[in-house]
Structure formats: structure tokens, C-alpha cells
Design a protein around this ligand. Structure first.
Ligand code: HEC
Ligand code: HEC
Ligand code: HEC
Ligand code: HEC
Ligand code: HEC
Ligand code: HEC
Ligand code: HEC
Ligand code: HEC
Ligand code: HEC
Ligand code: HEC
Ligand code: HEC
Length: 426
């Protein structure tokens, strides 16, 4: 070990002498075209060059005393966005910028991105990931390198980049699909990566390579990711329609015109948002039967009386048996642009209800539409005929069973006595 250090030291010493001698005439090295915030990279800094660092770190087997890899692959670094721009090692490892007296200290400051990417660092500092890191030094929340790698960073347009859209589910999924991280991070929602994988968006990304389908960052952002309880989160309840509407603009416009969208926009958190009916990470095609049936139940969690009356109808009975060819709530009311029955735009307003039934009952006449899809047998005022008929049927049933029951009870001792009499005679 000591011999290795000595060799390095003398090599460096000679190199440093040569550098000092040559620096007078040498043309300055090409400096990276860093963003305006750059100061470190703009002026040709004295101090060690990349070759100096790579003299030790370029060795593929380089490890520190604890056995941790400290090797940097020069070829991969050159191929990265920073290497291609001729960034110096010390642009990021800034505490070694003026250092010449190797070996350097074993504990160095974290690599600094602020000097060139201030905006992203500020955004990241507002995120749940950064907050978790600040709160606990043992946190496993994402830092720059978890999403970008260290010396192999690439722009998001490069298919080899961790942030390339088609790679993102894996990049986030490395933690959000790992039970240990989920437990340590107290992530209540659990394994999102698995849920997402089977959703329409997840399949579009992983199976079809559809770049425009929603991936983790389309809905959560990249740097300023926040908890859903944070009003500034993209997935805060009331802002969810905006997130989905970023791509599903037409549906968002319909939703906004309807009662649910209007109520949500006014701050009524009892109104449904996209994720209530579609979920967030298990979104399916709208023609999947099991989802359609689930959505009827979902409407029913808020409109309890309406699902009760619906279940008493032919349509409701058939859907509760698991068939979807009859009318679900949304077939009569619409899915996104729902209005109260008094609103002429409503699909169940007196003016439009017949055409709504005729979507399926092609030959239905005026009278057919008078049928009440929410007839309530307990409501004498709304459905007097049904109320009294149901009452009559109930009492008829009680009467019939009562009379025959009494008859059976009275007949029993009589029959018993008769049988004994017969037995005595024979
Ligand atoms: C003489 C050999 C040598 C040279 C030259 C050298 N390093 Fe190191 N470097 C080491 C060794 C050995 C370690 C491991 C220290 C430890 O963990 O005990 C290390 C560790 C590091 C670490 C990890 C520190 C940490 O906190 O884990 C960084 C970053 C680093 N070096 C960057 C550089 C940069 C940048 C340069 C050039 C300016 C450079 N090194 C030049 C030998 C060298
Ligand atoms: C774009 C910024 C950037 C540049 C340029 C850069 N590094 Fe790093 N380096 C990092 C980050 C980020 C880490 C992860 C640890 C941390 O945050 O400090 C790291 C870690 C290291 C480590 C510790 C081992 C490891 O892989 O975690 C060594 C050694 C190291 N760098 C050496 C170098 C050398 C040598 C060069 C020049 C060839 C270089 N770095 C250029 C950002 C950079
Ligand atoms: C949770 C993952 C994640 C973390 C943590 C993260 N990033 Fe990013 N970053 C991304 C994604 C995804 C993109 C590409 C999409 C975008 O621009 O939003 C990106 C893009 C970038 C870009 C390029 C922006 C552009 O205009 O193309 C820079 C620069 C960047 N990040 C720097 C950082 C820095 C610095 C940090 C740490 C302070 C950091 N990132 C932390 C995921 C992350
Ligand atoms: C000395 C200045 C400098 C430092 C320090 C630096 N970068 Fe960069 N970085 C650049 C330049 C210049 C580019 C290419 C121009 C651009 O797209 O912003 C770039 C590009 C990137 C990209 C790709 C952006 C894209 O085009 O999509 C990412 C990601 C990135 N840097 C992350 C980091 C992270 C993380 C750190 C800290 C560990 C860091 N950078 C440190 C100057 C720097
Ligand atoms: C290195 C691991 C890691 C990576 C990579 C990562 N996260 Fe996280 N994430 C965490 C941890 C740990 C928490 C919990 C932080 C806490 O509250 O303690 C978290 C929290 C979150 C939260 C808030 C959830 C909650 O219950 O607090 C969201 C949303 C989130 N991450 C989304 C993402 C997205 C999107 C990506 C990819 C762009 C990503 N994360 C990448 C580890 C990671
Ligand atoms: C189509 C949009 C969308 C996509 C794609 C998406 N999410 Fe989400 N995510 C949401 C919504 C909306 C919520 C809020 C959930 C709710 O209210 O039920 C959420 C919640 C979360 C939470 C819990 C947040 C908290 O504060 O409790 C985490 C963690 C998370 N998502 C991670 C991810 C990861 C990782 C991916 C990629 C694999 C991803 N999400 C993809 C929309 C999305
Ligand atoms: C009250 C429940 C509910 C809410 C809230 C809701 N949807 Fe839907 N959505 C449905 C139903 C039911 C269907 C099936 C419609 C059909 O079969 O005609 C559907 C169908 C869809 C479809 C596919 C069919 C098509 O017309 O393209 C998309 C995309 C969609 N919704 C997106 C959204 C978005 C985005 C939001 C939020 C702005 C949202 N939904 C809010 C219930 C809802
Ligand atoms: C980044 C753009 C994007 C975002 C954001 C997005 N989607 Fe999508 N969504 C798509 C694309 C693209 C498809 C078509 C995928 C396919 O057909 O393979 C799709 C498909 C769907 C479908 C199935 C449509 C059908 O034909 O049956 C539903 C439902 C849906 N999305 C709902 C949502 C909801 C709810 C949200 C918000 C939580 C959301 N989407 C956010 C792009 C997006
Ligand atoms: C998360 C709860 C919730 C879900 C789920 C829900 N709704 Fe609503 N709905 C409401 C609220 C709250 C209102 C009242 C909005 C307002 O303030 O005008 C409403 C209003 C209505 C109205 C107008 C009634 C009136 O009195 O103006 C109809 C019709 C309706 N919903 C049908 C549906 C259908 C059909 C579904 C399923 C596709 C559904 N709702 C799912 C909460 C919900
Ligand atoms: C066969 C068509 C049909 C189906 C299926 C249906 N409805 Fe209705 N719904 C109507 C009609 C017609 C009205 C107006 C009649 C009335 O209440 O006076 C109505 C009224 C309503 C109202 C009251 C509207 C208002 O402005 O007061 C709500 C809420 C409602 N339905 C919700 C639902 C829910 C939830 C489901 C599914 C569980 C459902 N409906 C299934 C046709 C239907
Ligand atoms: C999505 C299609 C659909 C819509 C919309 C619809 N129905 Fe039906 N309905 C059916 C199917 C399918 C049956 C099963 C009987 C059949 O094949 O005729 C049925 C059966 C019925 C029945 C009992 C059987 C019968 O034919 O007498 C009544 C009553 C009924 N519907 C009334 C209505 C009324 C009133 C409306 C409008 C408010 C309506 N339906 C809207 C599909 C629909």
C-alpha cells in the first residue's frame, strides 16, 4: 500500500513540475459552455486536472480502506453529458479545486451541483425527498445521484439516461417498488411501481414504448415532488384534474362543465376527481367490465340512496350479477359532464331522457321514459303506486304465510290424534 502511494506521489510531483513549467505558453483548455450561473467553470482554475485524479481513480479496482469502490471509468465519464463538455472533476468535487498535495483527505464534501444547476437544486430542496433527508440523516429518500447516476449522467432525451421517459418507471421503481425502502420511508400507499406496471399507462410505456403516456414524473414532477396532502402538490386532491387534463384535455373540459368539476373547483372535496373513479396507479381502459362494475359501486359510495334504488331495478340487478350490457349509472347520466335533472343539458332532463333510453331501447316511446329508474318503494310521495303495491304485496305475503302457518299448527294435534285413533283400532 505504502509503495503504491509513493509511486503515485512521485509521478504526481513530476507531473506537477511539468505543468508549472508548461503553463506559461499552454493554450487554455476548452471550458464547458456552462449555464449563466456558472462561475467555477468559466475561469480556467488552477489546481489538479482530470488526469491527476484519474491517476488513482482511473484504476478499475480502486477501493478505499473500507472496501468501497472509488473507481471512475474514464471512458464512461467522457461519454457523459459532463465529460463531453470537458468538465473538470473539481467542478463538482469543489473542495479539491485548489488541492495539489495528494493524497487528499479521506472524507470529502458532497459533490456540488449548485454552481451550475441552481434552479434544479432549489426545486429539489422543496421536495419531500429533500425534506426527508434534512429530517433524518439515515433517510433513504432520493438525491440527485439516485435519479441521475454519478459520472454517467445523460440528458433525458438519451435512451441510456435514467431519466429517459421509458426508463423512469424503473428509476423511481427501484425505491418505490422495494419493500425495504417503502417500510423505512413510511410510504403508506405501498408498492406503486407494481400497481403502475399493470395500468393502461404503464403498459403503454413498457410494452408499446409510447413516449407520451403518463409516467411517474408526468403526474408528480421531477424535482419538486411533494406529498399528496401538500396543497402545492400536483396530486393534491383538487389539482388532480389539472394533472390528468394536461393530456386528456377534452375530458377535462367536459368534467369542468359538469356538476362534479364545478363543485371540486369551488373547493368541495366531497365531489369526485379523476382518481376516485379511475384510481391513480391502476387506471384501466374504460371498456373493461370489472372496472365498469366497480365504478357503479364508486358512484354509490357518495349517492347511497340512488344506488339502493338502482339495485331494485332490472338494470341494477343485472349489473350486480356481473353483466354490463344493461345501463350503468354513466350510461344514463354521462361520465364526465353530469348535470342535475333540472338542467336542460342533463341526459335525464325531461327533454333528453327519451333519447338517453333510446341509445339502447331503440323503439322506446314517450311512456317508456316515464319509467322511474330510481323508484323507491319506501317513498309514498314519490312513487305512491309502487309504495302501496309493495305494501300490499308485503301484507299479502305475511297474510298467506300467517293463515297457512296457523292452519298447519292447528292441524298438527288433530292429525296426531287421528293417527293414534287409527293405530288403536287396528
Ligand atoms: C494519490 C491517489 C489519489 C488521487 C490523485 C486522488 N484521489 Fe481521490 N481518493 C483516493 C483514495 C485512496 C480515496 C479513498 C479515501 C478513503 O475513503 O479512505 C479517495 C477518495 C475520493 C473520493 C471519495 C471521498 C468520500 O468522501 O467518500 C472522491 C470524491 C475523490 N477521491 C475525488 C478525487 C478527485 C476529484 C481527485 C482529483 C482532484 C482525486 N480524488 C485524486 C486517492 C486519490
Ligand atoms: C457532474 C459532477 C461530477 C463530476 C464532473 C465528477 N464527479 Fe465524482 N462524484 C459526483 C457525485 C454526485 C458523486 C457521489 C457522491 C457525492 O455526492 O459526493 C461522486 C463520487 C465520486 C467518487 C466516490 C466514489 C463513487 O463513485 O461514489 C469518486 C472517487 C469520484 N467521484 C471521483 C471523480 C473523478 C476522478 C472525477 C473526474 C474524472 C469526477 N469524480 C468527476 C459528481 C461528479
Ligand atoms: C426523483 C428523481 C430526481 C431527483 C432526486 C433529481 N432529479 Fe434532476 N431530473 C429528473 C428527471 C426525471 C429529469 C428529466 C425530466 C425533467 O426535466 O423534469 C431531470 C432533469 C434534470 C436536469 C435537466 C433539466 C433540463 O432542462 O433538461 C438537470 C440539470 C437536473 N435534473 C439536475 C438535478 C440536480 C442538480 C438534482 C439534485 C439537486 C436533481 N436533478 C435531482 C429526476 C430527478
Ligand atoms: C461546472 C458546471 C456543472 C456542474 C458543477 C454540474 N453540471 Fe450538470 N451540466 C452542466 C452543463 C453545462 C450541462 C449541459 C447543458 C445543460 O443541459 O444544462 C449539464 C447537464 C446536466 C444534465 C443533463 C441535462 C439535460 O441536458 O437534460 C444533468 C442531469 C445534470 N447536468 C446533472 C448534474 C448534477 C446532478 C450535478 C451535481 C452532482 C451537476 N450536473 C453538476 C454543468 C454542470
Ligand atoms: C433512492 C430511493 C428513491 C427514489 C429513486 C425515488 N424515491 Fe420517492 N421517496 C423515497 C422515500 C424514502 C420517500 C419517503 C420520504 C419520507 O417521507 O420519509 C419518498 C417519497 C415520495 C413521495 C411522497 C410519498 C409519501 O408517502 O411521502 C412521492 C410522491 C415520491 N416519492 C415519488 C417519487 C417519484 C415520482 C420518483 C421518480 C422520479 C421517486 N419518488 C424516486 C425514495 C425514493
Ligand atoms: C396518471 C398519474 C400518475 C402516475 C403515472 C403516477 N402517479 Fe403516483 N399518484 C398519482 C395521484 C393522483 C396520487 C394521489 C393518490 C390518491 O389520492 O389516491 C399519487 C400518489 C402517489 C404516492 C403517494 C403520495 C402520498 O403523498 O401519499 C407515491 C409514492 C406515488 N404516487 C409514486 C408514484 C410512482 C413511483 C410512479 C411511477 C411508477 C407514479 N406514482 C405514477 C398520480 C400518478
Ligand atoms: C364520477 C366518475 C368519473 C370521474 C370523476 C372521471 N371519470 Fe373518466 N370515466 C368515467 C366513466 C364511467 C368512463 C366510461 C365512459 C363510457 O364508457 O362512456 C370514463 C372514461 C374515461 C376515459 C376513456 C374514455 C374516453 O371517453 O376517452 C378517459 C380518458 C377518462 N375517463 C379520463 C378522465 C379524466 C382525465 C378525469 C378527470 C378530469 C375523469 N376521467 C374523471 C368515470 C369518471
Ligand atoms: C402524459 C400524458 C398523460 C397523463 C398526464 C395522463 N394520461 Fe391517461 N392516457 C395517456 C395516453 C397516451 C393514453 C393512451 C394509452 C393507450 O391507449 O395505450 C391514456 C389512457 C388513459 C385511459 C384509458 C382510455 C381508454 O381508451 O379507455 C384512462 C381512463 C386514462 N388515461 C385516465 C387518466 C387519468 C385519470 C389521469 C390522471 C390521474 C391520466 N390519465 C393522466 C396519457 C396521459
Ligand atoms: C366522491 C363522491 C361522489 C362520487 C364518487 C360521485 N358523485 Fe355525483 N355528486 C357528488 C356531489 C358532492 C354532488 C353535488 C355537487 C354540487 O354541489 O352540485 C354530486 C352531484 C351529482 C348529480 C347531480 C345531482 C344534483 O342534485 O344536482 C348527479 C346526477 C350525480 N352526481 C351522478 C353521479 C354519477 C352517475 C356518479 C358515478 C359515475 C357519481 N355521481 C359519482 C359526489 C359524488
Ligand atoms: C336507466 C337510467 C338510469 C340509471 C341506470 C341511473 N339513473 Fe340516476 N337518474 C335517472 C333519471 C331518469 C333520473 C331523474 C329522475 C328523478 O329522479 O326524478 C335520475 C336521477 C338521479 C339523481 C338525482 C339527480 C337530481 O338532479 O336530483 C342522482 C344523484 C342519480 N340519478 C344518480 C345515479 C347513480 C349513482 C346511479 C347508479 C348507481 C344511477 N343514477 C343510475 C336515470 C338513471
Ligand atoms: C346502456 C343501454 C341501456 C340504456 C341507456 C337504458 N337501458 Fe334499459 N335495459 C337495457 C338492457 C340491455 C335491458 C335488458 C332487456 C332488453 O334486452 O330489452 C334493459 C331493460 C330495461 C327494463 C326492463 C325490461 C324491459 O325491457 O321492460 C326497463 C324497464 C328499462 N330497461 C328501462 C330503461 C329506461 C327508462 C331507460 C332510460 C331512462 C333505460 N332503460 C336506458 C339497456 C339500457
Amino acid at each position: 500500500m505504502i509503495r503504491r502511494w509513493l509511486v503515485f506521489f512521485s509521478v504526481l510531483f513530476v507531473a506537477a513540475l511539468a505543468f508549472v513549467a508548461a503553463s506559461g505558453q499552454a493554450t487554455p483548455k476548452k471550458t464547458p459552455s456552462a449555464p449563466a450561473t456558472t462561475s467555477a467553470a468559466a475561469k480556467p482554475a488552477p489546481g489538479p486536472g482530470n488526469d491527476d485524479c484519474l491517476a488513482c481513480h482511473g484504476d478499475p479496482d480502486a477501493k478505499n480502506d473500507a472496501g468501497r469502490r472509488i473507481a471512475v471509468d474514464p471512458a464512461k465519464f467522457t461519454d457523459s453529458v459532463h465529460g463531453a463538455l470537458d468538465l473538470k472533476c473539481t467542478d463538482c468535487h469543489a473542495d479539491l479545486a485548489k488541492f495539489t498535495d495528494f493524497p487528499h483527505e479521506s472524507k470529502l464534501a458532497k459533490a456540488d451541483c449548485t454552481s451550475c444547476h441552481k434552479e434544479k437544486v432549489v426545486e429539489y430542496d422543496r421536495s419531500i425527498h429533500a425534506a426527508a433527508r434534512r429530517q433524518s440523516s439515515g433517510s433513504v429518500a432520493a438525491t440527485c445521484v439516485d435519479c441521475h447516476s454519478t459520472h454517467e449522467m445523460r440528458p433525458k432525451t438519451d435512451p441510456k439516461s435514467l431519466t429517459y421517459p421509458l426508463n423512469l418507471p424503473t428509476t423511481c421503481g427501484r425505491c418505490h417498488g422495494d419493500p425495504a425502502v417503502i417500510k423505512e420511508g413510511h410510504i403508506a400507499i405501498g408498492n406503486v411501481a407494481d400497481l403502475y406496471k399493470d395500468s393502461i399507462h404503464g403498459k403503454a410505456v413498457s410494452k408499446s414504448g409510447l413516449m407520451v403516456a403518463a409516467n411517474c414524473t408526468s403526474c408528480h414532477g421531477s424535482h419538486d415532488i411533494r406529498k399528496k396532502s401538500d396543497p402545492e402538490s400536483r396530486v393534491f386532491r383538487r389539482t388532480i384534474p389539472n394533472v390528468c387534463g394536461g393530456c386528456h384535455e377534452g375530458i377535462k373540459a367536459q368534467y369542468d362543465r359538469g356538476v362534479h368539476g364545478a363543485a371540486s373547483a369551488k373547493g368541495n372535496d366531497k365531489a369526485p376527481v379523476c382518481a376516485d373513479c379511475h384510481t391513480a396507479h391502476q387506471i384501466q381502459r374504460a371498456d373493461v367490465a370489472s372496472w365498469k362494475l366497480d365504478t357503479i359501486r364508486e358512484c354509490g359510495t357518495c349517492h347511497v340512496d340512488k344506488i339502493t334504488t338502482y339495485r331494485d331495478t332490472f338494470h341494477g340487478q343485472v349489473t350486480s350479477l356481473g353483466f354490463v350490457r344493461v345501463a350503468a349509472c354513466s350510461d344514463c347520466h354521462g361520465a364526465h359532464e353530469i348535470h342535475g335533472k333540472g338542467d336542460p343539458q342533463s341526459m335525464v332532463s325531461p327533454a333528453r331522457v327519451l333519447s338517453t333510453c333510446r341509445k339502447c331501447h331503440a323503439t322506446a316511446g314517450e311512456n317508456f321514459a316515464k319509467y322511474d329508474p330510481h323508484a323507491d318503494k319506501h317513498d309514498a310521495e314519490r312513487n305512491p303506486v309502487l309504495f302501496y303495491a309493495a305494501g300490499f304485496m308485503k301484507w299479502l305475503l305475511i297474510g298467506v304465510f300467517g293463515v297457512f302457518g296457523l292452519h298447519a299448527v292447528l292441524w298438527f294435534p288433530r292429525g296426531f290424534a287421528e293417527r293414534r285413533k287409527k293405530a288403536g283400532r287396528s
